[in-house]
Design a protein around this ligand. Structure first.
Ligand code: NAP
Length: 302
């Protein structure tokens, strides 16, 4: 059996097209566009690259994009004042503070200073609480888990009643995706198990999964024989296992591997995400959706 490939790049393109159409319609009917500010402190190369992609996607969709780059030595107080300024700016609907922040700044304090109604990353305790309560309380879902849900839904895999096993319990992936799929809502209603390093028999739990979501950050952690035949496998892991020369650019690039042995797993699973090109492309897409939703909440049309 060869699994159906769940292509994140194709699903991303489909969603971005839908978002663009919505942005154009809102602009025409209400005369406003979503506004996103990206705050980047310092010049960490990975952060610069992430922020550049976010800005490009926002611009392509027709958003108002404010790129606010600050020096590495900005004080915590000045950064908090900057966030306060954007909290009060009605043309800004989403505030993104790129992490990590320099050591002299308390990351938690900064993230908690973002207005929960502009917290398009979905990490503010208020939004974590809203997700926990569920129903109409939910405003912004954290981007990577929201992207995972979209991948499963749009690839036609039944979530309702499914046995979902999530490997990993981080605040950015494991816990929120477990919570999202547990909701009493369309695209959810699953029976969810969350596994971690203290789980006694990881293989046993994985083997029960109709939908297996692995977010551990351990290359090849899930063995092919742990996969239930026909299961949907979502591999969130992104592990750098070496370097190679890019055929396109001639430059050195990282060799990336997921948490699942892809080549063997695809012979057993019913559907599976590749690494790269699976979950990865969805994160920025969901950030854009959250920013658009923030404007829609403001306009009362969500
Ligand atoms: P994290 O904070 O390090 O959490 C990893 C989780 O996996 C922890 O809960 C840990 O358990 C569990 N775990 C680790 N080794 C395990 C093992 N041998 N058996 C069972 N559980 C194990 O990582 P994260 O931030 O959630 O990220 C996970 C992976 O997803 C990483 O590879 C990351 O790069 C990737 N990621 C990708 C995207 C994307 O594609 N857009 C976004 C975010 C993350 P304990 O809690 O017991 O320590």
């Amino acid at each position: 059996m060869t699994a159906r490939l769940i292509k994140g790049t194709e699903i991303r393109d489909e969603i971005l097209k839908e978002l663009k159409a919505e942005v154009d319609k809102i602009k025409q009917e209400h005369g406003v566009v979503p506004g996103l500010v990206t705050i980047l402190v310092g010049e960490n190369p990975a952060s610069v690259s992430y922020v550049t992609s976010k800005i490009k996607t926002a611009k392509d969709l027709g958003y108002k994009e404010v790129q606010d780059n600050q020096p590495e030595d900005i004080s915590e107080g000045d950064l908090l004042s900057l966030i306060d300024k954007y909290n009060k700016d009605d043309s800004i609907h989403g505030i993104l503070v790129q992490l990590p922040l320099p050591k002299h700044i308390d990351e938690k304090k900064v993230l908690n200073a973002v207005d929960p109604d502009k917290d398009v990353d979905g990490f503010h305790p208020v939004n974590v609480g809203r997700l926990m309560i569920g129903g109409s309380e939910v405003k912004f879902l954290p981007c990577t888990p929201a992207g995972i849900q979209e991948l499963i839904v749009r690839s036609g895999v039944e979530i309702e009643g499914a046995e979902v096993v999530v490997v990993g319990r981080s605040n950015i992936v494991g816990k929120p995706i477990a919570n999202i799929l547990l909701q009493k809502a369309p695209g959810a209603n699953a029976t969810v198990t969350v596994a971690h390093t203290r789980t006694k028999d990881l293989a046993y739990h994985c083997k029960r999964a109709d939908i297996l979501i692995v977010a551990a950050g351990v290359p090849g952690l899930v063995k092919p024989e742990w996969i239930k035949p026909g299961a949907c496998v979502i591999d969130v892991g992104v592990n750098r296992v070496g370097e190679k020369i890019s055929e396109k650019t001639g430059k050195k690039i990282a060799i990336l591997k997921g948490d699942v042995d892809f080549d063997e797993a695809k012979e057993i699973a019913g559907s599976i995400t590749p690494v790269p090109g699976g979950v990865g492309p969805m994160t920025i897409t969901m950030l854009m959706r959250n920013t658009l939703n923030s404007l829609k909440y403001r306009l009362g049309i969500a």
